[in-house]
Design a protein around this ligand. Structure first.
Ligand code: PHE
Length: 345
């Protein structure tokens, strides 16, 4: 057999191969086309032995050129297809860093906690320590050591929630933060400069102005030579830090554990005493009580009232966020737990 038929077949094979390669739209299709082309070239190669010996090298050369051409075309096409596939994969995996994600709203402290912490900050700035005490108290700390003798009418002023534990009416939910004064004086010697914020409890029916759970902050100073002037000065400095340009007011009052005692008021920070809705048109806002530590209290904790003197004051914390944020009801502030409302403050 002469060389011609196989040389023609080689060039046909290249033509077919180049078309198949150009038509391959992805790498799989290209690989399939290459396999068919290789099979065809292998078939041609097998035929070479039937060509006259002298012509075989001509066929071999034609076949080699054809294969090289097909391979070059396939390589070029593979390069193109790989580039397209890579670009497509990149486009698919692309992260849009400007995309807006699911919103995660940050919370904030409850308005009562905010004021609580602010009060602590003010007193820390004055060099006071912050202390705490148990919410479930015994009669001694909540009443007896504070000079409320058993059966004393002053006890009835504080509607107490008793806990059904031990002797009747000996364990209770503390009605004020004053028992922490006793615990402090029992546990450390004077001088004492301390504030004691905390949760307190009374048997009140919840309404706009009452809550069976509320918050107080207590202040206790015990040192040598403490006078009523120190009490009044400290309160005035503290009120100014909290409310700005205000005055403190002291009205004579009674508490078993202080003598003399006073009701503690502040001039209305909203109307500068000219009278507004917040201060019920009186120009003053009542906040709590204060006085000089009663000698009987010092006796109860084993301190010599001849050596030591001190003052104490205590007031409700909840009133402050109410006033500040013009919230009408203690219910909304403390009980409703409606974040849509609380979020504003
Ligand atoms: N514990 C008192 C009350 O809750 C307030 C008070 C504290 C009064 C300290 C005087 C001194 O009513």
């Amino acid at each position: 057999m002469s060389a011609r038929p196989l040389i023609d077949r080689s060039s046909d094979a290249v033509g077919t191969a180049l078309r198949a390669i150009a038509d391959a739209t992805d790498l799989d299709a290209l690989r399939a086309a290459e396999r068919r082309i290789d099979d065809e070239f292998a078939a041609i190669k097998r035929e070479i032995k039937s060509v006259d010996a002298a012509d075989r090298s001509a066929v071999g050369q034609a076949l080699g050129t054809a294969q090289a051409q097909a391979r070059a075309a396939a390589d070029a096409r593979r390069g193109e297809l790989e580039a397209t596939a890579g670009a497509a994969r990149l486009a698919g995996e692309r992260l849009d860093l400007t995309a807006v994600g699911a919103e995660y709203r940050r919370g904030h402290l409850h308005p009562v906690t905010q004021v609580w912490r602010e009060l602590e900050d003010i007193f820390c700035g004055l060099g006071y320590e912050v202390h705490g005490g148990p919410e479930v108290e015994d009669d001694w700390h909540n009443f007896e050591a504070l000079n409320f003798p058993p059966g004393h009418p002053a006890r009835a002023m504080q509607d107490t929630l008793y806990v059904n534990l031990g002797e009747p009416e000996q364990v209770l939910l503390r009605t004020h933060t004053s028992p922490v004064q006793i615990r402090l004086m029992e546990s450390q010697p004077p001088p004492i400069y301390a504030v004691m914020p905390g949760r307190t409890f009374r048997r009140d029916t919840p309404d706009a102005r009452h809550s069976p759970v509320f918050h107080q902050i207590e202040c206790l100073v015990v040192d040598r030579g403490i006078t009523m002037g120190d009490l009044m000065g400290t309160i005035e400095v503290f009120f100014r830090a909290l409310f700005g340009d205000v005055e403190a007011r002291f009205l004579p009052s009674f508490f078993p554990f202080t003598e003399p005692s006073a009701e503690l008021g502040v001039s209305c920070p909203f109307c500068s005493r000219s009278g507004c809705r917040t201060c019920s048109h009186t120009g003053w806002i009542e906040l709590g009580g204060c006085g000089m530590v009663d000698p009987n209290v010092f006796a109860a904790v084993g301190l010599d009232a001849e050596e030591w003197s001190g003052f104490a004051f205590g007031f409700g914390i909840d009133r402050i966020p109410l006033l500040r944020n013009e919230i009408d009801s203690l219910q909304t502030l403390l009980w409703d737990n409606d974040v849509r409302f609380l979020r504003q403050f």
